[in-house]
Design a protein around this ligand. Structure first.
Ligand code: V47
Length: 383
């Protein structure tokens, strides 16, 4: 594309962004063109980010729980899964699970992020009891649990509807759902990555049903493997379309593929430039999703910090016991202290603010860090 043509097109997109007009598939593809300077895309995304979320960088204090890695599926991008008889295979006991709840409470965590494999020898009640035990013993901790892929498996196990499963899990203590399992919706790619697991229709339908019954959910996109820009924009537009109907997504998290120990280990991990462009294009395309998360575990700390100026307003949490990315070769630390996460946000010129899972401000007792309560919605201020 010649320079004048490129400048005219960028101006056109800038005008649309400033007028809060929605970007099209063609706009998205243009912004993904490597010839379009990344910093120009970043400036536009940063404008939207500051309009929506001011100068704040959100984080939370959280922990992960992956109760089993035994999984009936063999997704080509996954380094975490295991066969039952593989020495690596595990399923946690009730005592181990409850010990994690205690540890989370002692550390002042507001959230447990719970996802795992689909273990063919564990009935639905094992998954349900895990939620109810944690909730009964540690009621203040928000349980952000089960991707749509797990909910789809529970539907299969119980022969009940999606709505039944979600309501039953909510009764047990489920607070919201994480955004995993979305991968890439376009069947040209999804069928090559994970042909057997919940398809695009099922993933979207489960999130729609969750929103209809009042559960908030997150959404993701796994990029940097077999897909092209077209598949990424298609994915973002499908999320945007569902959000128009329900408004139930709180945050979008672009997830960079880590190839180590996967069936796609001949691929190279996406570059920081690709990470930042994806962050920025996501912010620009997803005009109806309030927050964009730069998941530091997956991006690395430097890129996550830079992403706070390329569309992201959230950096995820202090995290403990993360396995999915570390099994796939992530070299980031396994945990950040509260001081470290606040410092890395502050270094970018953003104001670090602690939020809970559903984006309310967290107020802590100054004399006892582990004592806290949720306050006002962080979104009420700017919108
Ligand atoms: O669904 C699996 C991805 C997801 C690999 O909702 C991989 O707040 C890269 O969804 N390389 C799980 N990605 C993680 C996830 C998530 C993370 C942080 C916050 C939230 C949230 C959700 O991780 C999977 C898959 O898309 N994944 N293996 C891999 N080798």
């Amino acid at each position: 594309m010649i320079q004048t043509e490129q400048n005219a097109r960028l101006r056109e997109i800038r005008d649309k962004v400033e007028a809060r007009e929605r970007l099209s598939m063609d706009d998205g593809l243009f912004l993904y063109d490597p010839q379009v300077p990344l910093q120009e895309v970043g400036i536009l995304a940063n404008y939207v980010r500051e309009q929506k979320n001011g100068n704040v960088g959100y984080y939370n204090i959280n922990t992960h729980l992956n109760p089993t890695n035994v999984c009936v599926y063999r997704c080509r991008f996954c380094a975490f899964r295991s066969d039952l008889r593989d020495p690596k295979g595990y399923a946690m006991s009730d005592e181990q699970i409850l010990a994690r709840g205690q540890e989370a409470t002692d550390n002042g965590c507001t959230e447990m992020h719970i996802v795992g494999g689909l273990h063919h020898q564990r009935p639905y009640d094992w998954y349900r009891n895990l939620i109810s035990q944690l909730h009964e013993n540690y009621p203040q901790i928000h349980l952000k649990a089960w991707t749509a892929v797990e909910i789809n498996w529970f539907e299969f196990q119980t022969k009940n509807s999606v709505r039944w499963v979600l309501e039953d899990m909510r009764e047990a203590g489920l607070g919201s759902m994480p955004g995993g399992g979305a991968e890439i919706f376009h069947p040209e790619i999804r069928d090559q990555l994970c042909e057997h697991k919940a398809n695009t229709h099922a993933w979207l339908d489960i999130h729609q049903t969750a929103h209809e019954i009042g559960l908030r959910t997150n959404c993701t996109m796994l990029y940097g493997h077999l897909e092209k820009a077209y598949h990424r924009i298609d994915h973002l537009m499908r999320l945007r379309e569902l959000q128009d109907r329900t408004g139930g997504f709180q945050v979008f998290i672009p997830l960079a593929f880590h190839p180590e120990n996967t069936k796609l280990d001949d691929l190279k991990k996406p570059s920081a430039l690709m990470d930042l462009r994806t962050m920025a294009v996501s912010r620009l395309m997803l005009d109806n999703i309030q927050h964009i998360k730069a998941y530091w575990i997956m991006l690395g700390i430097g890129t996550a910090q830079t992403a706070l100026h390329y569309g992201a307003d959230d950096i995820d949490g202090t995290v403990r016991h993360e396995l999915i990315y570390h099994d796939a070769g992530a070299t980031t630390p396994e945990h950040l202290t509260v001081d470290q996460i606040r410092q890395l946000i502050a270094e970018t010129g953003r104001e670090p603010i602690e939020r809970d899972t559903t984006y309310h401000r967290v107020h802590r007792d100054p004399d006892n860090f582990a004592k806290w309560e949720s306050g006002e919605s962080v979104d009420a201020v700017l919108n």
